[in-house]
Design a protein around this ligand. Structure first.
Ligand code: GLN
Length: 306
């Protein structure tokens, strides 16, 4: 098939876009090899095409957010979750300490404030139980047993002052109804799940497939929840670069500070890329380039008139 050759070509073309820097506010992430680069595509029938370092593990970080939001919708219901977490793009950085003035609600589930709240709406009576619930569901979506990276988890927890501050603000406004330290701990554990680019591509394809895992055929989510998740990814997934992303790439996507980006073209394809150097918004520099190139070549932009 010509697809693998094409993917290798795209990868080689984007390899030189090496601006940006590896995230270092989480000490363990600073140790990542900045030259890694990978791309993977999964079609609705479950075929995956990879190029580059697609089997190298890294932590999922913020790419966990849309999935945790989806699990929260499943476990606590739309009414509860929507009452506590908004769906408006904030145009702010991912770790902005900001809540809606009137309600104290986080603006959306893709920034840390909303994601910490979403974590608390997954089933489980403490951090470990919620993290385990998350790990199980994500393993089903990836189609293999995933595990947590303990050193990334410990490293982030030791320096999590900002997320802990956000947790306490959420508790003050009764957005969190339990111990904020426990919820933030669970959220940080969720972010430390080890995944490969291939795994993320399979997860993206599960969303592209309306919640049905393409290889096992198992339904992991209702299509109403998938629609909700993709909608917030589309408007909020790339933080303060969301508008840039929407106009140039034009598909719902989510980035993480370890360098992954996951993109979903509903009904058509799941895409994942990985490269650790980040731009000023916290999105993978080469990852953004890879997506721009794919959109351009394959006409993936959702607003493209066929
Ligand atoms: N765990 C990271 C944090 O909360 C996730 C941030 C990200 O990937 N953008 O800061």
């Amino acid at each position: 098939s010509p697809i693998p050759d094409y993917m290798q070509e795209v990868l080689d073309d984007c390899r030189n876009a090496d601006g940006g820097a590896v995230a270092d506010y989480i000490p363990e992430l600073a140790r990542a090899d900045p030259d890694r680069i990978a791309i993977a595509l999964t079609t609705p029938d479950g075929s995956t095409y990879c190029a580059g370092d697609a089997d190298v593990e890294f932590s999922i970080q913020s790419i966990s957010k849309p999935f945790a939001y989806g699990i929260a919708l499943l476990d606590s219901g739309f009414d509860t979750v929507l009452a506590k977490i908004g769906v408006e793009p904030s145009g702010e950085a991912f770790n902005e300490i900001s809540l809606e003035e009137s309600s104290g609600r986080p603006r959306n589930p893709m920034i840390n404030a909303g994601a910490i709240a979403a974590h608390s709406f997954m089933d489980g009576k403490n951090a470990d139980e919620r993290a385990e619930r998350f790990r199980e569901r994500m393993s089903m979506a990836a189609g293999r047993e995933l595990s947590y990276d303990e050193s990334v988890f410990t490293s982030e927890l030791e320096t999590a002052y900002r997320n802990i501050a956000i947790g306490y603000m959420l508790r003050t406004h009764n957005i969190l109804e339990t111990d904020p330290d426990d919820v933030v701990r669970g959220y940080i554990r969720q972010c430390s799940l080890s995944v490969t680019t291939r795994d993320l591509s399979m997860m993206a394809a599960t969303l592209a497939n309306g919640g049905v895992q393409p290889v096992t055929g198992r339904r992991l989510s209702g299509d109403r929840a998938v629609r909700q998740v993709l909608s917030v990814m589309m408007t909020c997934g790339m933080y303060d670069a969301a508008g840039d992303w929407m106009t140039t790439v034009g598909i719902p996507a989510k980035s993480g500070v370890a360098g992954g980006i996951l993109g979903v073209l509903p009904g058509q394809v799941g895409i994942a890329v990985f490269s650790p150097r980040l731009d000023s918004h916290g999105n993978s520099t080469r990852g953004v380039k890879l997506f721009e190139r794919l959109t351009e070549d394959m006409g993936l932009h959702l607003m493209e008139v066929p």
